[in-house]
Design a protein around this ligand. Structure first.
Ligand code: NAD
Ligand code: MG
Ligand code: MG
Ligand code: MG
Ligand code: MG
Length: 344
């Protein structure tokens, strides 16, 4: 640990809403995060203008939701705070379009640190650069706000020219409903690197490979696709729910002693020292910028490798088996709708 990594946690009482309610916030993008930020800020008394391309299908939606809409450069021109909530891969281009509208003392606000940390956006020296990154998909951020509960978030300050960057970011978090739950202070570097590592090694990449390899091992050994699906994918949620509620211990407590003994003796043979070494390598590629460069070049080339992997993943047998089995359940419709939203 370096002293760049802190663990301050802030709540409602630590934030003064006046730092944001007296300002105009341009929310660029009306996707997962954008619609939730715009609506929560608006209902918290902040002057919000949504920035969208003129041909955007979201333009009418945002207006129907009671918000003002303008093009990104017009929105940025009138704003004190510009919240950049378009996809990370298009942020550099959108930034170019609004850069000239930033005035001294304005704020560039992010929900993820990628473009700042890897120098894809180089902000002017006379603006504040901050991050409020809610730790949920946007529709949950919105739902929690409406239901008067909170959503945890990360806060980081990259550049503070006004001396008020952190107070303003805290006020922004309060207006989103995040200080109700707790806002943890971090840095752009720490948020970016841990987010990328987590989604690559453990959450999205790690868990999907674990499930597929388990499924394939059973099916290749002659067991039915249905059994393999239930054991390796469907039951994952039950196990993760237990860990989410009470830690790994709650999971071991709830499963049988046989499962606990088998898991504790066999688990480390599956995710073994090689997995650990590979994790360290993956982390190094995040830290030294290798991953970022690869992803940036991949986008510039029109995503050839991404498209191929995306297609192969979609066509994996487990997806077809899963679609068939999930249809057998009454709860399928509801759950499918929720998971349509992009999770981070
Ligand atoms: P998204 O893909 O859901 O939505 C982006 C929106 O941007 C689109 O709906 C559209 O309105 C607009 N847009 C798309 N392409 C555009 C273009 N070329 N020019 C102008 N506007 C365009 O994005 P998101 O998932 O909400 O991500 C926004 C930011 O929030 C990212 O920095 C992301 O890392 C961060 N974040 C996302 C989540 C999440 O759960 N989705 C969680 C935390 C942080
Ligand atoms: Mg401005
Ligand atoms: Mg991420
Ligand atoms: Mg994350
Ligand atoms: Mg079982």
């Amino acid at each position: 640990m370096t002293d760049e990594f802190t663990t301050e946690v802030y709540y409602d009482d630590d934030a003064d809403a006046a730092h944001i309610t007296d300002k105009t916030v341009a929310v660029l993008g009306y996707g997962s995060q954008g619609h939730a930020h715009a609506q929560n800020l608006h209902e918290s008394g902040v002057d919000v203008v949504v920035g969208l391309r003129e041909d955007s299908s979201s333009w009418e939606q945002a207006e129907d939701d009671g918000l003002r809409v303008a093009t990104p450069d017009d929105a940025a021109a009138e704003a004190d705070v510009v919240s950049v909530l378009v996809p990370d891969t298009v942020q550099p281009a959108v930034f170019e379009a609004i850069e000239d509208e930033l005035e001294a003392g304005n704020t560039l606000q992010f929900a993820h640190g990628f473009n700042i940390h890897y120098n894809q956006i180089e902000p002017p020296e006379d603006v504040d650069v901050t991050m409020i990154a809610p730790k949920t998909p946007g529709h949950i951020l919105r739902r929690n706000y409406v239901e008067n509960s909170g959503t945890p978030a990360l806060l980081a300050v990259y550049q503070d020219t006004t001396g008020e960057a952190k107070d303003e970011a805290l006020a922004y978090a309060k207006a989103l409903g995040c200080t109700r739950a707790g806002v943890v202070e971090t840095s752009f570097r720490e948020e970016t690197e841990t987010d990328l590592f987590g989604e690559q090694a453990v959450l999205c990449g790690g868990i999907a490979e674990l499930i597929k390899q388990g499924y394939e091992t059973l099916v290749d050994a002659g067991y039915s696709e249905e059994m393999a699906y239930f054991e390796c994918l469907n039951e994952m949620k039950l196990i993760v729910d237990l860990m989410y509620e009470g830690g790994i211990g709650a999971m071991w407590h709830s499963v049988s002693d046989t499962a606990e003994y088998g898991g504790l003796t066999r688990g480390p043979r599956i995710v073994d020292e090689h997995a650990r070494e590979n994790m360290e390598e993956v982390l190094e590629e995040v830290q030294n910028g290798t991953f970022a460069r690869q992803w940036i070049v991949e986008n510039q080339a029109g995503r050839p490798q991404y498209n191929q992997l995306h297609e192969a993943e979609r066509n994996h047998e487990i997806e077809e088996v899963g679609a068939r089995l999930r249809n057998l359940f009454a709860w399928a419709d509801e759950e499918e709708e929720e998971t349509d939203e992009k999770a981070e």
